[in-house]
Ligand binder design. Structure first.
Ligand code: SF4
Ligand code: SF4
Length: 124
């Protein structure tokens, strides 16, 4: 199991509609992080603060491109310290990581899913 290389696949996949935040998280954002709370509507995330439209991509996902020759995109979270619990717990299941094409996975993980699952749990 490799370390996360910030390929961004998980944030791109889940940040555009499949994330939820708890009432407690939303209440804390309202008090301490209004810049995050702006993107909450009726206790759901993420919505455009100006139009109220549901966003198809997490507004806090940022990307930089490494210098040539590989020119790989590196994704970061601009609210990392205050990101939703949903984001904090990823990755937690090897089956989900395989489905998501997570780049932490190595051939040895695919050959032994139980061991790979234990590695993920120990990384947390
Ligand atoms: S809040 Fe951060 S960790 Fe969560 S989807 Fe957005 S960019 Fe990714
Ligand atoms: S998909 Fe996997 S390797 Fe890519 S950013 Fe998410 S956790 Fe990291």
């Amino acid at each position: 199991m490799k370390d996360c290389n910030q390929c961004g696949k998980c944030c791109i996949k889940y940040g555009g509609g499949d994330l939820a935040a708890s009432q407690e998280e939303i209440d804390l954002w309202e008090i301490f992080n209004p810049e995050i709370f702006d993107y909450v509507k009726k206790n759901e995330i993420w919505f455009d603060p100006k139009t109220g439209a549901k966003l198809s991509r997490c507004p806090f996902l940022e990307v930089t491109t490494e210098n040539a020759p590989t020119a790989v995109n590196i994704y970061t979270c601009s609210i990392y310290i205050n990101r939703p619990e949903d984001c904090r717990v990823y990755p937690s299941l090897i089956t989900e990581m395989i489905k998501d094409d997570c780049e932490m996975i190595e051939i040895t993980d695919l050959n032994n899913l139980d061991q790979a699952q234990t590695l993920i749990e120990n990384k947390g």
